[in-house]
Design a protein around this ligand. Sequence first.
Ligand code: ZN
Length: 157
Amino acid sequence: MSADKLLSRLHGVKANGAGKWVARCPAHDDKRPSLSIRETEDGTILLKCWAGCGGAEIVAAVGLTLAELFARPLPNRTPLRPGERWIPRDALKSLDMEATLLHLVATDIVAGLPLTPADVERVAVAALRFAAAASAVGVTDADRVEVGQQWLDKEWR
Ligand SMILES: [Zn+2]
């Protein structure tokens, strides 16, 4: 997806350097631009709301999906049988790499090494790639909310 498609759906958009913009976040009542948008060289769009909104909430608020933030859509295929979910090999390959990256970051944290803002941004990219892979195999936002709720119930009750 080109950044223009996203930018045209946002308010208070201002350029903030090459391939960078700020805008009012559509996922919360944003009085000043707290949403940073960046288009990477491969055309992937990165989002960061400084008030803490998640990527899925932000894109959903403007009628888009996380998968659309990626330059090349993940491959998909019609399930062979009703109810069957085909798992794209590329999605698993991507998760394998992202999980390795998260492990490296976790190792640094345990070793007491400080994370740079770029490290934190890269972890956000990993989260987006997990979400895109989940979308590619048919996980919906409603599924995500359900899993999140189950997790909260387990951890906090
Ligand atoms: Zn927000």
